[in-house]
Write a protein that binds this ligand. Structure first.
Ligand SMILES: *[C@@H]1O[C@H](CO)[C@@H](O)[C@H](O)[C@H]1NC(C)=O
Ligand SMILES: *[C@@H]1O[C@H](CO)[C@@H](O)[C@H](O)[C@H]1NC(C)=O
Length: 534
């Protein structure tokens, strides 16, 4: 029996793509959102609310707009490449309006429980209890898409920090941090060098007396701005590099990346050098950090071993007066509405391709966006949703439980070998590779070889250009007529927002030689593609 009615839990970016994908496949989605608005993580609020994500006022996306877009809805060309959270919200609202998704969302509707119905093994149906304004409502759904995200519960490991309870100053998690005003002239310790730790430490060090950034591990710091000022992801996340990477060893990639990052500033001299290699742990995005370190506003420190009433004592024996401690120690996640045996499974990430729990009699429960793509979240969630919608509809079958378990184990072993065993790293996936894997499930993965025969211009951009989400709308179910144009104009959209002072410059016309060169290059390329496909 095909699934018809689908409950989508949460109206953040994953929930929004889930609704859209259900509608595209003719399913009937009902999205339950606990708050009164869309956007999830991206919606800035002055106050943090328990059980919800919470961001600071300055939060800016760490993936660029062309890589971050929904696959059939590019960002307007005048939008900056890296979007402030308020711009991201504008985009989400435009998307919702354009595809008329709002009427499928119920606000202030908190899902309390999702349970298998007694006849689950034949129907795959779920009993869902929703709290609306203190009143319970009961529903039966054919499918569930969990889109509630994984930044809801701040992780505050106070027990690892003896003396913190004695500390007389203010301490809190970055989840509570909003803006720097209250912290002018203070001495501040930020604990943790993930993306939030780096952001908050840099932002505060403009006006604080001194900021200390304490890290146990150190980190590789990369920046949004890459060579020639292009957004890093548009340069590195290409299909071409994805092929090349398959031929290189991990240590070759590590050497290349580490040299590249060290050539900007020496990680050893800046106190940041980690013990782990570049690929084994999530690098931190910070364009500002080296500038703050070199101007002394920010000092990198080792782990804090103890707090006293007024100071922090670090592992190297140094002690510093501190007024404020900010823990940038990450998040844990939880799905309080699920049965225990389902909840635990996702904490360990033993799901088929991070989406389907493998042991259900019917594949009618799916998790969207519960992973750490090394790349943008929106396209990943969107592609997962498209796959799930196909499966729910009955147009696509999952492998047997046994085969799924084999695949999960294989993925797990591979990731364990590659990454450190930390909560975030257990769900990290290489972007292009993961996208292609999911795309293959629903037959929307572009094939540069075939493309080359039909449309060489497009093929070149698909192969060498940024692996933008529009590539997954060129063919197959959900094909979008605008995809080709979107791909061929993506570079214009990258440049446009910065060209706000027009310069008159003349470009020399392309000579005969240059055409010949181009033709030769295309030919060798063709041979190359033949080789990788063969
Ligand atoms: C970084 O600095 C360390 C110590 O000062 C030095 O040994 C190392 O060679 C430098 N690395 C690079 C890539 O220059
Ligand atoms: C962007 O930041 C988030 C939050 O720290 C992180 O989970 C994600 O991996 C980052 N993106 C990339 C491409 O590193």
């Amino acid at each position: 029996m095909p699934v018809k009615r689908v409950a989508v839990i949460g109206a953040g970016v994953s929930g929004i793509s889930a609704i859209k994908s259900c509608l595209d496949e003719g399913l009937e989605p009902t999205c339950f959102e606990g708050t009164n608005d869309i956007g999830g993580l991206w919606r800035y609020e002055e106050k943090s609310e328990v059980g919800r994500p919470s961001i600071y006022r300055s939060l800016t996306c760490n993936t660029s707009k062309e890589m971050t877009a929904f696959s059939d809805y590019p960002f307007p060309d005048n939008y900056p490449n890296y979007l402030h959270n308020s711009k991201m919200m504008e985009y989400l609202r435009m998307y919702i309006k354009h595809f008329e998704l709002l009427k499928h969302i119920r606000f202030l509707a908190k899902v309390c429980s999702v349970r298998k119905r007694p006849d689950f093994s034949s129907t795959g149906q779920w009993d869902v209890v929703v709290d609306v304004d203190g009143k319970q409502e009961f529903y039966i759904f054919d499918g569930i898409m969990v889109c509630s995200g994984h930044y809801n519960y701040p992780y505050l490991p106070l027990k690892d920090f003896p003396g913190i309870k004695k500390f007389k100053g203010h301490y809190f998690h970055t989840w509570e941090y909003k803006n720097p005003e209250k912290f002018l002239g203070k001495r501040i310790a930020v604990i943790g060098i993930g993306n939030s730790g780096a952001d908050v430490a840099c932002e505060l060090s403009h006006g604080a007396k001194q900021v200390f950034l304490s890290t146990r591990r150190g980190a590789w710091i990369w920046s949004r701005l890459w060579d020639n000022g292009y957004p890093i992801d548009t340069v590195l996340f290409t299909r071409f590099y994805n092929y090349i990477n398959k031929w290189l060893t991990t240590s070759m990639i590590n050497n290349w990346a580490e040299n590249k990052l060290n050539s900007k500033f020496n990680h050893t001299d800046f106190g940041l050098q980690p013990e782990h290699r570049f690929l084994s742990h999530q690098p931190t995005f910070s364009d500002d950090m080296p500038n703050h370190i070199i101007s002394g506003r920010l000092q990198v420190k080792p782990n804090v071993i103890e707090f006293t009433e007024t100071t922090a004592i670090f592992e190297d024996g140094t002690e510093e007066e501190i007024d404020v401690v900010i823990f940038a120690t990450g998040y844990t996640f939880d799905f309080p509405f699920l049965e225990d045996n389902l909840k635990n499974i996702d904490n360990e990430h033993t799901m088929y391709k991070f989406v389907f729990p493998p042991f259900l009699d019917k594949p009618t429960l799916a998790f969207i966006g519960i992973l750490q793509p090394v790349g943008a979240t929106i396209p990943t969630s969107e592609l997962q949703s498209r796959w799930v919608a196909r499966v729910f509809k009955g147009a696509k079958k999952l492998p047997s439980q046994k085969d799924m378990m084999v695949d999960i184990k294989r993925t797990r072993d591979k990731l364990d070998k590659q990454f450190l065993k930390s909560p975030r790293d257990t769900s990290r996936v290489p972007y292009v590779q993961y996208m292609d894997e999911i795309a293959s499930e629903i037959d929307v993965k572009p094939n540069p070889f075939c493309l080359f025969l039909q449309d060489p211009k497009l093929a070149l951009e698909v192969l060498f250009g940024p692996c933008t989400p529009y590539q997954y709308r060129l063919q197959g179910p959900g094909k979008w007529a605008g995809a080709r144009t979107a791909i061929l104009t993506q570079r214009e959209r990258i440049i446009k927002p910065m060209r706000t002072r027009t310069l008159k410059c003349h470009q020399p016309p392309c000579s005969v030689l240059c055409w010949l060169l181009g033709a030769g290059l295309s030919l060798s390329l063709f041979v190359f593609i033949l080789a990788i496909n063969g």
